[in-house]
Ligand binder design. Sequence first.
Ligand code: GKR
Ligand code: MG
Length: 434
Amino acid sequence: MKITDMRVHSIAIADPPLRSSYGLHAPYALRTILELESDDGIVGIAETYGGERPARALLDLRPRVLGADPYRLTGLLLPLMDGEGCGPARSQTHLVPGENPLDAATRTYAAIEAACLDLIGKSAGRPVCDLLGGRVREAVPFSAYAFYKHAGGGGEGDDARDDEYGEVLTPEAMVREVKQMIARYGFGSIKLKGGVLDPDIEIETMRQLRAEFGPDVPLRIDPNSAWTVDTSVRVGKALAAELSSGGYLEDPTAGLENMSAVRKQLLAAGLDIPLASNVAVTSFADLPRAIALDAVQIVLSDHHYWGGMRQVQHLARLCKTFDLGLSMHSNSHLGVSLMAMAHGAAATPHLTYACDTHYPWQSSEDEVVAGGRIPIVGGYVRIPERPGLGVELDYDQLARGRERYAKCPYRRRDDEAEMRKHVDPNWKRILPRW
Ligand code: GKR
Ligand code: MG
């Protein structure tokens, strides 16, 4: 089998005005859909970060992809995993995910890997998780990903979407948001995106969530490095009960040294609250130091930038070896990404927490998967027996996504600019803010 065509589609999807320490989501999130077609007419698909650079990076590989055997292509492209084109040093820059030039090569590699696995799976008649060693779970658990937000459902003008959750800028509104989300999707754990309001309001939000959902629903909070070491320790102590029993504190502060200081001070206070990360640890190169400093006890994997599903399996093995937990990070995405996340998770034994997903924030009007949105039932995505990722593209929907991209002014994610446009003309991302 040979790859005879490669198609790269830049699309835009409506995205509500969600807040984080990065700033504000724009009315459209950008994604790239990749298609690899074989000489026998089978098409493998993948979804990755959007905008100009990710699409360009994929197109630049075209000469190496066309004519290649999909069973061997990721082997040939392995230098990308070592940062080909990005330089050898890989570390976090605190840029929004998808805009970090240091992981551009692993992101490109991951998209090619996912499309090759889908193509191989469709050709062999086997689901992608079988190509990764077989499923260890039939269904993958996801958590409710709760965001503070402004009013609005995403999109603009005639293309504006319904605002399912309304404005959410208080603890009470957040409880309402999560109740709605759990009623609709059945999630069994909750992640609060913090780093937006004063930490005392976020502490109160977590307390109200615990009071509403009880101790059987694990809670996590992620301020994306917005806090000092002192604030992180103070919040950790204040939320000791809420973050126990399966919860965690995610990237409270910036940098491995600071994360390590938070960990030490919490332990000294008798609190073994695990620190999770998708900011301080984003690549294999970050692991030795993170482990030596005991800075991170749970790594948030993400096949989109760790270099694909197989690299996430390697990461899981390392985490197990070093007694670290493994969870999964997400960014605004559609169903192709969700299925790749789910297949990877299904074939990864050492996945110790429910995965994150932004999927509830995206609208069915934007889904490019044939048949519409992937069901999340009881908080789980079931892995189908269908070959490959188990999904095909709806080409009319894909064309609409391309049109939206052509019409909208966005070509990269810039949450800081959106804050300045809609909330505060002088807003800057400051780390730490509190
Ligand atoms: O969607 O604003 C967002 C999140 O803050 C996202 O960009 C983060 O990458 O989900 C993320 C996280 O866990 O840090
Ligand atoms: Mg995070």
